[in-house]
Design a protein around this ligand. Structure first.
Ligand code: ADQ
Length: 499
């Protein structure tokens, strides 16, 4: 790739995602303070150095006035971010409505709204209209900043309509789309009223990527069964146009975690945690407080384990870190109080004057504020490092990066990972982890016992397998593979056209 002045340069990558990796707080009419925010995609792309990446997305705030918009645009430019401004009504209908109330639960096999969520189905059409409108607004911004040769990488279920909008602007734009959640069985997808329109828009992309081969297969089946198109080993074909469909399992920046463990600050944290939980085995859960993460099921399984194993009562502690998300949604509020209630009951039942079996921290350990970001990241690394057994019991999860981060921090301890078979990570870490059906509380409880009693040589063997995977399939590899595949796909398509 060459600049206009002839100097070679990195290829420009426009990463388009619903949220920019920053949270913005307004300090005055024309001043903003910005903080880098945590999350799966951010964690993954932090490791990528191969491209000149720019982010395009919503900054998470409503900015109705022009002065504010101009100031925010300027502040974001320093962080290589370009904002899409969405007003409150659009956010309500597109983000809270169509994305989070319809697509998120559906893609995680929780179905379309029923009972208390039914009222929202009546406004389904207006939410879908807002979804399309919002996607068009993203497309407008991408189009304004696009330069020939750029690669446009659209992310996630929020932006399924974007590939079509972009290709309408410029049919030669290189467009890839990647889904971070599962893509469900075609039998689930076909219940969605806008099923065909969404599939067709995604197919406008040159390359469509998923975490696992299964999700890719479900997508191709949906196109075959719902749209009547032909599925081939390469993807989906429509009137001679091929859309490549493939699996690109995400990874983490494992070196960042491994290096952090060497720091004196992290060593101090580790020492403190070891002292605090001396004589007890540490079990850890780190999740956003979302129904897909199976937190109540996990805690109930831990209760069952305690019930059946009195000798472990004061010898094990479960640390459950759960960041509250979408706190304005009633179902999430219900989940929060449900978790509080179960934890309270179990601590009342099995706690003593000096110790409780569950520490539930409804906090974001990685609050990535400018000042304390590293401290909090370090605290998370220390937690991973002192853990004997990590419990990831998602009911469904696109991949689950927490399981990867845990493995990266365990090279000296060689702790055990209990992992849901419904997380994408089960496909990559399955041989080293203990796989469980998170709905089967009896099975999870007995896996806890097995993990706590596992002999050192078995732990070592399992850890070796997972550590090898996590350190050789990084976030950087993921992004580079996706983008180079996208470049290749386009070259191949051009060759096919010429034949
Ligand atoms: P998430 O559902 O957010 O991501 P996950 O993959 O586990 O789930 O990533 C969460 C990230 O946030 C991790 O880097 C973790 O360290 C951090 N995190 C989680 N809980 C935290 C807490 N309490 N405090 C601080 N940090 C916390 C979505 C999909 C996943 C997919 C990713 C990436 O749902 O399935 O793996 O995108 O594609």
């Amino acid at each position: 790739y060459e600049r206009k002045d002839g100097r070679p340069t990195k290829q420009r990558l426009l990463v388009v995602a619903n949220r920019l990796p920053v949270s913005a707080v307004r300090r005055g009419e024309d001043s903003w303070s910005l903080e880098i925010s945590a999350g799966g995609l951010v964690s993954a792309l932090l490791g990528v150095k191969e491209f000149e990446a720019k982010w395009i997305g919503w900054a998470g705030v409503n900015v109705p006035d022009e002065i504010g918009q101009r100031a925010l645009t300027k502040a974001l430019a320093e962080k290589r971010c370009i904002p899409v401004f969405l007003d409150e009504e659009i956010v309500h209908q597109y983000y809270n409505g169509y994305c989070n109330n319809i697509l998120w639960p559906l893609f995680h096999y929780l179905g379309l709204p029923q009972e208390d969520r039914l009222a929202t189905t009546r406004s389904f059409q207006s939410q879908f209209d807002a979804y399309k409108k919002a996607n068009q607004m993203f497309a407008d911004v991408v189009n304004q900043h696009y330069e020939e040769g750029d690669v446009v990488w659209c992310h996630d279920y929020h932006l399924m309509f974007l590939p079509k909008c972009l290709k309408e602007y410029n049919s030669t734009m290189k467009v890839g789309w990647f889904l971070h959640t599962p893509f469900p069985s075609s039998e689930i997808h076909r219940t969605l009223p806008s099923r065909s329109e969404l599939l067709r828009s995604v197919l406008a992309a040159d390359l469509v990527g998923f975490h696992t081969y299964d999700y890719a297969r479900h997508f191709v089946s949906a196109c075959t069964r719902i749209l009547g198109l032909e599925g081939t080993p390469e993807g989906v074909e429509d009137q001679g146009k091929l859309t490549r469909v493939a699996a690109f399992p995400i990874g983490i920046d494992s070196d960042r975690f491994i290096r952090a463990l060497e720091l004196p600050k992290v060593q101090d944290h580790i020492r403190e945690l070891k002292e605090r939980f001396a004589g007890r085995k540490v079990m850890l859960g780190v999740d956003r407080l979302d129904m897909i993460k199976g937190i109540p099921q996990k805690i109930l399984a831990f209760e069952k384990f305690l019930e059946e194993n009195p000798s472990w009562h004061d010898k094990v502690v479960l640390l459950q870190i759960a960041v509250p998300t979408r706190t304005d949604v009633p179902e999430y509020q219900k989940l929060t109080s449900q978790v509080h209630e179960i934890v309270g009951r179990i601590n009342g039942r099995f706690g003593t004057l000096t110790a409780v079996p569950i520490h539930h921290l409804a906090t974001d350990v990685v609050t990535t504020t400018a000042q304390d970001r590293s401290l909090d990241f370090h605290a998370l690394c220390a937690l991973y490092a002192v853990t004997d057994v990590a419990l990831v019991t998602s009911l469904r999860d696109g991949m689950n990066l927490v399981s990867y981060e845990f493995v990266a921090c365990q090279d000296s301890k060689k702790g055990v990972l209990i992992l849901s078979e419904f997380a994408g990570a089960a496909q990559s870490l399955g041989a080293g982890a203990i796989l469980v059906n998170p709905w089967n509380i009896t099975e999870v409880a007995s896996s806890i016992g097995y993990a706590l009693n596992m002999p050192a040589d078995e732990r070592e063997k399992r850890h070796r397998h997972n550590f090898m995977h996590v350190t050789t399939h990084t976030a950087q590899d993921w992004a580079e593979t996706f983008v180079s595949e996208l470049n290749d796909t386009i070259v191949e398509a051009q060759l096919r056209m010429r034949q």
